[in-house]
Design a protein around this ligand. Structure first.
Ligand code: F6P
Length: 476
């Protein structure tokens, strides 16, 4: 039986203080996790002894940390002010595109070439930033999505950015083909590519002067900080994108300077690891109480699960611990009216990360914040109805749901940058704990290969009976 959060609050008078950390005006309260302060200290000591700080420094300073692909992972350098001039050509290109009468820019990309841009677009929009060019997205293969993406647009005033690190992604190239056909003779001047395979983009037909390259050592799910953010720069100007990068850098620096392993990413990594492997809670639910952050869980799904959803260690030994939670979630308060019943009363439930914003005078803004605080308390401490109530058992919620409360000063580019850098660093720390490589994603490759084989195969091919039946049904 796990220790209760309530008893931890009773026996540890300094708990709330000790487990609350502020970085860059963001507040992180880990006191409603189930780890005792002693557990946290022991885990920090072990992690420090195992060399986590040196490992994080190796990541930050561009050493090879992705041995299966023989690469560094240089996303932190993309937002390091010491390297700010690397983005000068990007800044200039964004201004040129905005100045040449383009009214809508459509980002065509998937996964890391899509999710971060959408999330940042929502946040920029929610923070009231003016747009100089409209921004749309097309991520998938469905013709309905394509039609919606171009609905009402004029090819003369529309530009596409094909964002693909590999420039070989089926979804992106299929939409690219559609864009080419739609643009007709305008093609040369209206398609841009952002990629780390520029030669492939040029061979595909993008004019060489419209191809922006970024470094192969920037992982797809870590690429929001790179030239992949071109559409945001075109749409909103360069200033908010710089604020996004600055916010992320501030968090990076806080982690690099953290001698005691008490900055938010360390506490997040340690508590998630404890929740999975000691409490056997494998779901980690993200509930942002801010409309601008409604896609946060979707973004984190790729960041966390594509990074740490692995089966072997760096040494190729099978992982014996659980290295990665299932991340999912939706915006509060809507989430409360959907699956919070399950969160409060399912026998196992989930760990929860609540993200809330300092309220302003708006009635809804205050209610959002208060609901976030109330749910954090309810999840931790539960509810007992009066024993005289005949439905007392049905009404009881057990509490002891580990939850972290993240308070943002505002929904702004800078806060988003700090928040995402926090999650990135926590993913690295969890990978370090489990001795895995968070920077490759070989698990997704077989599915891509098989889709090609299925596409080329006749119905009579030598697949299993179910696959053959499904193909015959679909093609019949
Ligand atoms: O299939 C997974 C993945 O490789 C992600 O890692 C990546 O973000 C996404 O596909 C898109 O890849 P690309 O940017 O190369 O088109």
């Amino acid at each position: 039986m796990a220790i209760s959060i309530e008893s931890l609050f009773d026996t540890e008078p300094s708990r709330n203080n000790a487990l609350t950390v502020n970085v860059s005006a963001l507040l992180f309260d880990f006191s409603k996790q189930v780890m005792s302060q002693q557990d946290v200290r022991s885990a920090q000591t072990k992690l420090a002894a195992n060399g986590v700080r040196a490992a994080f420094a190796r990541l930050a300073f561009g050493e090879i940390v992705n041995p299966t692909e023989g690469r560094a992972a240089t996303h932190m350098r993309e937002r390091d002010p010491a390297f700010a001039s690397q983005h000068d050509p990007l800044r200039a290109l964004a201004d040129r595109i905005a100045a040449r009468g383009i009214q809508t820019i459509v980002n065509v990309g998937i996964g890391g070439s899509d999710l971060g841009l959408r999330l940042a677009d929502d946040v920029f929009h929610a923070s009231g930033l003016a747009q100089r060019v409209a921004l749309r997205f097309c991520t998938g293969l469905d013709p309905v999505e394509w039609q919606q993406a171009i609905s009402g647009l004029d090819p003369n005033t529309t530009a596409f950015v094909l964002a693909s690190k590999s420039f070989s992604t089926l979804e992106t190239l299929t939409t690219g083909d559609r864009a080419k056909a739609w643009l007709g003779s305008l093609l040369n001047n209206h398609i841009y590519a952002v990629t780390s395979s520029p030669a492939k983009a040029i061979a595909y037909g993008v004019a060489a002067q419209n191809v922006v390259a970024f470094d192969e050592s920037v992982g797809g799910r870590y690429s929001l900080w790179s030239a992949v953010n071109l559409p945001l720069r075109v749409a909103y100007g360069n200033t908010p994108v710089e604020a996004l990068l600055q916010g992320a850098h501030a968090m990076d620096q806080a982690v690099l300077d953290d001698e005691h392993l008490s900055s938010p990413p360390f506490l997040a990594g340690l508590t998630r690891q404890f929740n999975r492997n000691t409490l056997k809670i494998t779901n980690n639910v993200i509930v942002p109480y801010a409309w601008g952050l409604r896609r946060l869980a979707e973004y984190l799904q790729q960041l966390v699960m594509e990074s740490n959803g692995k089966r072997v260690k760096l040494t190729e030994e099978t992982i014996q611990t659980d290295p990665c939670s299932a991340f999912w979630g939706t915006v509060g308060t809507a989430a409360q009216h959907a699956y919070f019943q399950w969160l409060h009363q399912h026998p196992v439930g989930a760990a929860v990360e609540i993200i809330a914003v300092k309220p302003n005078n708006d009635v809804g803004s205050k209610a959002l914040f208060e609901n976030a605080v109330a749910q954090s308390r309810a999840l931790a401490f539960g509810f007992e109805a009066e024993t005289s109530d005949p439905l007392a058992q049905h009404k009881r919620t057990m509490g002891n749901r580990p939850n972290t409360f993240i308070g943002l000063p505002d929904v702004s580019p800078r806060s988003l940058g700090a928040l995402l850098a926090h999650y990135e660093a926590s993913v690295f720390i969890e990978a370090f704990i489990n001795d895995i490589n968070p920077f490759d994603q070989y698990g997704v490759e077989y599915g891509k290969l098989l889709a090609k084989q299925v596409s080329a195969a006749p119905n009579s091919s030598d697949f299993d009976a179910s696959t053959k039946q499904l193909l015959a049904w679909g093609r019949g």
